[in-house]
Design a binder for this molecule. Structure first.
Ligand code: XIL
Length: 327
């Protein structure tokens, strides 16, 4: 039967994709089998037409020491994308988390931090120039209440760090679509969505280019947004930016997993598919890996699991067929 990327393209999207990582980083749970089944699903161009490195391009990996750039981790996924004919979403240039320790321990002035951010973006986006369909230029700059998160970047530079990042990224890679990416910005009425709208407008008002808003969409099976809400949110972003994408979709289930919860999960995945197909500005959907043992969810949200589409034994979740039928 038809597979996800193939169906997404037929439905008018640019892609359906899955993030992945280098073998050393994605093995987050005891994993007794060989990788071959995983690799085969990942490589299938009809299943996934796009990928994102879950970790490798982050500051911690890409510039672990000042001026010392390392693209080993990021290249693993970039090369895989090239080899298997997938579009590459690049992630993430400026983010408060998974920062190289030196960024947080240096005593910055406005001038020195501006220089460091500029150098970092030139180094990383410059290296990947021409390969990235999108860049998540700034990731998670907002707190839960929609105000700016008090990161090292914000504490020294205020909102200017966001403008700086978009300005430098636009200079370095004129062809990559530049995204602001965050979680909890999927519902139209949330204060954080309002924050993301303000942030996108702030960038535009500064005369800078922002092409898209990425909704990470780390969702909960038992309390997820309606399709109408998702569509409304996308349409709000579309008043400011050309496109939106679901960039890190997963739908966590509270342990223990049972059929009723898997059905709720399927409903949620289907709503994202429906919303992306129906809202004109939505270009694609990326799930945050596809194989449960490689999900970040159980590690970061204990008591939650099974957020992706393939169980440990490589059987598919009901949500897989749910989406296939819904596309
Ligand atoms: C996660 C990765 O999946 C984990 O392997 C890592 O330990 C922590 O980061 N928002 C983001 C992603 O933008 O980069 C995060 O990825 C998940 C939340």
């Amino acid at each position: 039967s038809a597979q996800l990327h193939e169906l997404a393209v037929k439905a008018g999207l640019e892609y359906f994709g899955a993030a992945t990582d280098t073998p050393g980083y994605r093995e987050r749970a005891p994993y007794p089998q060989s990788y071959s089944q995983y690799d085969e699903i990942l490589a299938n161009p009809k299943e996934f037409g796009q990928t994102t490195p879950t970790n490798g391009q982050k500051w911690l990996f890409a510039e672990p020491e000042p001026r010392l750039f390392n693209f080993t981790e990021g290249d693993y996924v970039a090369d895989l994308a090239e080899r298997t004919g997938k579009k590459l979403r690049c992630h993430a240039l400026v983010w408060h988390s998974q920062l190289a320790p030196w960024v947080e321990t240096t005593e910055w002035t406005k001038e020195t931090l501006t220089a460091a951010i500029t150098r970092h973006i030139r180094g990383v986006a410059g290296y990947y120039k021409g390969k990235c369909l999108h860049w998540d230029v700034v990731n998670e700059a907002l707190d839960e209440d929609g105000t700016y998160r008090k990161s090292v970047f914000y504490n020294v530079l205020g909102e200017d760090y966001i403008k700086l990042a978009f300005k430098v990224a636009a200079e370095v890679d004129p062809n990559a679509k530049l995204y602001y990416n965050d979680y909890g910005i999927e519902r139209p009425a949330s204060v954080k969505t309002a924050g993301a709208l303000r942030l996108a407008k702030m960038i535009k008002d500064a005369g800078l280019r922002i092409d898209g808003v990425g909704m990470q969409a780390h969702l909960h099976a038992d309390n997820h947004p309606s399709e109408a809400d998702l569509i409304e949110t996308t349409n709000k972003y579309a008043e400011l930016v050309k496109e939106v994408a679901y960039t890190e979709l997963d739908v966590r289930i509270k342990t223990p997993v049972d059929a009723a919860k898997l059905e709720l999960q399927s409903q949620c995945y289907k709503k994202v598919v429906g919303a992306c197909v129906k809202a004109k500005a939505c270009v694609g959907i990326t799930i945050w890996d596809f194989y449960d043992p490689f999900s970040w969810v159980p590690h970061v949200f204990p008591g939650n699991e099974a957020s992706l589409l393939w169980f440990e034994n490589f059987e598919k979740h009901p949500a897989y067929q749910g989406m296939v039928d819904y596309f």
